[in-house]
Design a binder for this molecule. Structure first.
Ligand code: NI
Length: 172
């Protein structure tokens, strides 16, 4: 089932999320719904607060742009345990900030640990677009958006555009 995606500004997008204690059927269903919502958007990553759930859960699939087979990933309680000194710049966007893009500098590789859908602990090094995506999504779990990396002028300009968009959407 597709879920509606919250649009910035929204207080739920600015809050830190709670760790997942155990993998309930409800959380597994939420993860499936988030993947469906992400693919439909279309996007390469989605975090639970973007659909109004304040749990530490992200989904992503950065494979599809290369014509590779889909590689859906579900990460509960993802944690960055190490980051490279080397940085990378990507033009980022966000499903909660539609049609707005800006360059963001982040570590080019990160080691991440998380709990999988199988209930097991996983660990992996991400690089390239995957590294950018996983950092962007984990930021969401800490109430941080990619526009928080930009200067105040640019951030305000994008926020005003989103306020206007939300007024238009509310009018129908
Ligand atoms: Ni985002």
């Amino acid at each position: 089932m597709k879920r509606p995606i919250l649009i910035h500004p929204d207080p739920r997008l600015k809050k830190a999320c709670d760790p997942v204690a155990d993998l309930s059927d409800e959380l597994r269903a939420l993860a499936e719904d988030m993947l469906e919502t992400m693919y439909d958007a279309p996007g390469i990553g989605l975090a639970a607060p973007q659909v109004g759930y304040m749990n530490r859960l992200i989904v992503m699939d950065c494979a599809k742009d290369d014509g590779e087979p889909a590689r859906p990933m579900v990460l509960f309680n993802p944690e960055i345990v190490a980051a490279s000194d080397e940085k990378n710049v990507y033009e980022e966007g966000c499903l909660s900030i539609p049609d707005q893009f800006a360059d963001v500098t982040r570590p080019s590789a990160v080691d991440v640990r998380w709990l999988g859908l199988d209930g097991e602990e996983h660990a992996q090094t991400f690089d390239g677009l995957w590294a950018t995506c996983v950092q962007h999504e984990i930021d969401h779990l800490n109430g941080k958006l990619f526009i928080d990396y930009l200067g105040p002028m640019k951030r305000q300009m994008i926020t005003r555009r989103m306020q206007k968009l939300k007024r238009e959407l509310a009018r129908g």
